[in-house]
Ligand binder design. Structure first.
Ligand code: 13P
Length: 229
């Protein structure tokens, strides 16, 4: 199983360090083979010893250069970061990243051998149209993406379930993962209002290879609970 924590715009450099220290003491009990990823804000990127993989929530597709407000490869290399989240719905919707732009970013980090956690997810109006529309919508989010990339992990995060406290039902997750797995032989995470109260039943669903957790991951003990329960 893969357990990934997306801090979004939460935590500081100082609190991230403390968080990882706490988490490491708690996840000694994790199952062999399980992998833990932390995506802190860019200001908290650093090198940590221990059984967690640190990734970037975002970066620009350049070594360095004139891209005000962005970080590039050079800033990630300083901390040996080799994992990145691409395509998160908040970047698509709030930051206006288009599929073309996302695909370019994907190709760039693929060419640099990054492990890529690629996020997809449908808005509520698509979910309301039924499962067929959902799958069609999700598959369209792979336009321009090399789905055969060996270091690709996909995260299915229905937009209406993110930060709302309302996770998709077990049936919705199961059906969607099953449909995606027909065209995608990659690890597939679920994200969207995952918390200790529902994590166990979600990871038990066939086709779910792990979790991408936002709000409920911000507390190290809470996140550790989802990993070790
Ligand atoms: P929440 O767990 O807060 O719903 O966020 C999920 C998410 O967007 C992780 O990338």
């Amino acid at each position: 199983m893969i357990f990934a924590a997306n801090f979004k715009t939460n935590h500081t450099r100082k609190s991230t360090k403390k968080y990882i220290e706490t988490l490491l003491t708690k996840i000694i009990a994790k199952k062999e083979g399980d992998k833990v990823y932390i995506f802190p804000p860019a200001t908290a990127l650093d090198q940590f010893c221990g059984d967690v993989i640190l990734g970037a929530q975002n970066a620009y597709m350049a070594q360095n250069g004139a891209f005000t407000g962005e970080i590039g490869l050079e800033q990630l290399e300083e901390f040996e970061i080799k994992t990145i989240l691409i395509g998160h719905s908040e970047r698509r919707e709030i930051l206006g990243e288009s599929q073309t732009f996302i695909a370019e970013k994907f190709a760039y980090f693929q060419s640099h051998g990054f492990e890529i956690v690629y996020c997809i997810g449908e808005p509520l109006e698509v979910r309301q149209q039924g499962q067929h529309s959902v799958v069609e919508y999700l598959l369209s989010q792979f336009e321009g993406i090399d789905t055969s990339y060996e270091k690709l992990i996909v995260a299915y995060e229905p937009i209406w379930a993110i930060g709302t406290g309302r996770s998709a039902t077990l049936e919705e997750i199961g059906n969607t993962h099953e449909a995606l797995k027909k065209t995608l032989q990659k690890p597939l995470l679920y994200g969207g209002s995952v918390k200790p109260e529902n994590s166990k039943e979600i990871i038990a669903i066939r086709g779910v290879d792990g979790l991408l957790v936002g709000s409920a991951s911000l507390d190290a003990e809470n996140f550790a609970k989802m990993i070790t329960d």
